[in-house]
Design a protein around this ligand. Sequence first.
Ligand SMILES: Nc1nc2c(c(=O)[nH]1)N[C@H]1C(S)=C(S)[C@@H](COP(=O)(O)OP(=O)(O)OC[C@H]3O[C@@H](n4cnc5c(=O)[nH]c(N)nc54)[C@H](O)[C@@H]3O)O[C@H]1N2
Ligand SMILES: Nc1nc2c(c(=O)[nH]1)N[C@H]1C(S)=C(S)[C@@H](COP(=O)(O)OP(=O)(O)OC[C@H]3O[C@@H](n4cnc5c(=O)[nH]c(N)nc54)[C@H](O)[C@@H]3O)O[C@H]1N2
Ligand SMILES: [Mo]
Length: 829
Amino acid sequence: MEDATDRIAQPWGDRTPYGRQETWPARVDTFLKAGVEPGAVERWVQSASILHSDGDAMDIAVADGRMVGVRGRDVDRVNRGRLGPKDLFGWQANASRDRLTRPLVRRDGRLVETDWDTAMDLVAARSRELLEKRGPGSIGFYTSGQLFLEEYYTLAVLARAGIGTNHLDGNTRLCTSTAAEALKETFGCDGQPGSYDDFDHADVVALFGHNIAETQPVQWMRLLDRLEGADPPRLLCVDPRPTQVARHAAVHLAPRGGTNVALLNALLHETIRHDRVDRDFIAAHTVGFEELAERVADCTPKWAADICDVPTARIEEAAELVGTTDALVSTVLQGVYQSHQATAAAVQINNLHLIRGMLGRPGAGLLQMNGQPTAQNTRECGANGDLPGFRNWQNDSHVADLAKVWNVEPEKIPHYAPPTHAMQMYRYAEQGSIRMLWISGTNPAVSLPELSRIRSILTQKRLFTVVQDLFLTETAQLADVVLPAATWGEKTGALTNADRTVHLSEKAVEPPGEARPDLDIFLDYARRMDFRDKDGGPLITWADPESAFEAWKRCSAGRPCDYTGLTYAKLRGTSGIQWPCVESAPEGTARLYADGISWAHPDLCESYGKDLETGASQEVVEYRSLNPDGKAMLKAAAYRPAHDEPDEEYPFQLTTGRTVYHFHTRTKTGRAPQLRDAAPDVWVEISTADADRLGLGEGDLVEVTGRRGALRGRLRVTGIRPGLLFVPFHYGYWDTGNGTGPGPDTPGRAANEATVTDWDPVSKQPLFKTATASLTLVERGDGRPSPAPTTAASAPATVGAAHPTAGGEAAHATQSPTEFPHGREEGAR
Ligand SMILES: Nc1nc2c(c(=O)[nH]1)N[C@H]1C(S)=C(S)[C@@H](COP(=O)(O)OP(=O)(O)OC[C@H]3O[C@@H](n4cnc5c(=O)[nH]c(N)nc54)[C@H](O)[C@@H]3O)O[C@H]1N2
Ligand SMILES: Nc1nc2c(c(=O)[nH]1)N[C@H]1C(S)=C(S)[C@@H](COP(=O)(O)OP(=O)(O)OC[C@H]3O[C@@H](n4cnc5c(=O)[nH]c(N)nc54)[C@H](O)[C@@H]3O)O[C@H]1N2
Ligand SMILES: [Mo]
């Protein structure tokens, strides 16, 4: 057996260096449960990870009808066999003893077990009653970025054409609505332009508010491998924390929170001033260059340096890095998306690529990232605030086309206003116009901002709440009906990662008890509601994952996310495949816009765009006059200060985010021992300067008070920028380890106790990164360090201040180099 490595202590494993333009070497990472020998594995079942947006392809090891381990798939283009810590260990949560195994209904104030018929009849009866008395607008659906494509599509059809409600959105609103919106503003349509393969060819990789080391660890392995190979890339990191990315960067900018637009405008200013622009590309493929140049004319590095509080020289260095390379790849994530000028900032990164002609060829790539494993599918299938297939709700011919696919009258599909965004749905529930809210695959009682408000909305008597989950989460505990779902490994479905790679994830084991796949639950509901098409036939004609996938293919036909060239059979055995996949491109499409901008024409585009300042939707006439030929649109934006700036009472900026070991509200990673123990409890990051000034130290228990609530945690003193506090948002009040916790009435430990209800006007994404807070000492530490991991951004500023994070033997996984003879080569696509 090969040497095993502690993959908690070494989240990124060993290096396999490779040079620019070369193929990333394959290596198979394997973890089997203690005591399970490789020979004892009876079956390996094909799948891909659902604990981030990478789509790391893996096989699930099965013995005795149980999952006993995982191994990476070396044939896959995304990870070439590698797995990250959550991929390796997270699956163990499936077998937790506290999985929900039967439906629950609330009787006399308490949740009690019942059978499926009783629970589903109750849900259907309430739906019918509300439809009759209050109309379709009284019912809302709040779903996820973690189900499968087939499930979202089914939900979108039943909500939009069955119920006829406009109130359907995903937690993707909190996650990637800015990615989608920024792509719509620039390219007229959603759809990731770039490919992960671009990392193999890049000369400069710029990461904007993206801690890729912790949040897409396998792509970080790829960058680390390139950093150790020939002709390594130079990294630009824009992040106020000392992430691993920052530590490896050629230039690191640590701006004040919420100042991305100022910084980006300065980068654009320098690019134009030095004439580092591609005039031919601009003329051929864009509109709006003059306005953009005018808008950034005064945005000098000195001007931005004052706003962002970073040295002028650093901004100039960053501008030179992105301005002079011939192969620039940029990635963008929550440090940009979760702030007040989210879309405005993300669009400036698109602008940078367009004016430099850095699009549509190997190494010239743009990745407006997703976070969740299937957020891409939520968006494509229209289970978020868009119509399926990236159709335009303002374009009657798009609505008519969709109505034809579903065989309903166009009027049945609500399109009188933009699909309702999640934050607005909670507002409607608060005001009483939404009376039933069906929450699937998300835990809003931990993940939405201002939790005291969310709890009060969800506990209203007049609101009927259905929660569909694996566990009795903080949210499920507030529900009227709880439906036990089967999850990854227990059901089959397709999922699409952040670079449009479609994978198939097959059922490996039976779900526990009576738990059912989300698809079956939605189909059961549709049957009970007896939804019909315009000829009286059943609205939903499919009955299992594969027939649902085939139905989705018909809906995607001719649209940017065209799946018609894919089948389950084709996805089996080989690598994942990037959409569009059609007859003329049967192996998929590596990059969008390799032959010009294709979906921005007024008749084709998904959106006529919005005002970047106010978010107001534009009309088709405005769009036609701005962009008659369907080019990429360079939209300028002025910097505006954050809504919430520090003052005497709340002197700190507060930002929130992730660690490498946990996924969101930890319902899965908190139940995997290696991951749970690596980061067992919340902490608060503070800079050395602030800690010294306030006389605070490592391990002190502090209270962080925002304008809407407070949380407690132990201090970790790090190299974070002074004036800024960071709290991971993974920890709800429920302790997943032993089923107990601080409880909802004691000062919480969830970051969102202290965040505020506010969002980007364009994408409606909440501002998890730009709050303010005060800090008070609750209790001196006893000399023990805080529970923060030492391996990544939360590493202590003083070496040795905390015991190095390690997993020991329980976290040993193997890494085997393989020959990788059978993969799809880049040229084939
Ligand atoms: N381990 C792990 N991986 C995950 C997830 C997880 O929960 N755990 N979740 C997945 C999901 S759904 C998502 S959305 C992604 C998120 O992935 P990321 O966006 O990479 O993660 P975050 O930690 O939310 O935020 C990234 C960084 O933004 C920085 N930041 C804060 N404020 C600002 C600012 O004003 N400007 C700039 N430039 N940066 C700022 C923070 O310091 C932080 O390091 O991760 C995915 N992968
Ligand atoms: N303060 C702060 N808040 C944030 C963020 C931040 O950076 N800071 N990030 C935001 C972002 S980007 C995101 S994506 C959200 C994530 O927020 P949530 O979506 O609320 O977080 P999860 O813990 O992933 O919740 C998913 C739920 O679905 C359940 N589940 C898993 N698999 C299945 C399945 O197959 N079927 C069903 N029915 N249920 C399943 C899990 O048990 C879990 O309860 O949080 C957002 N909130
Ligand atoms: Mo996310």
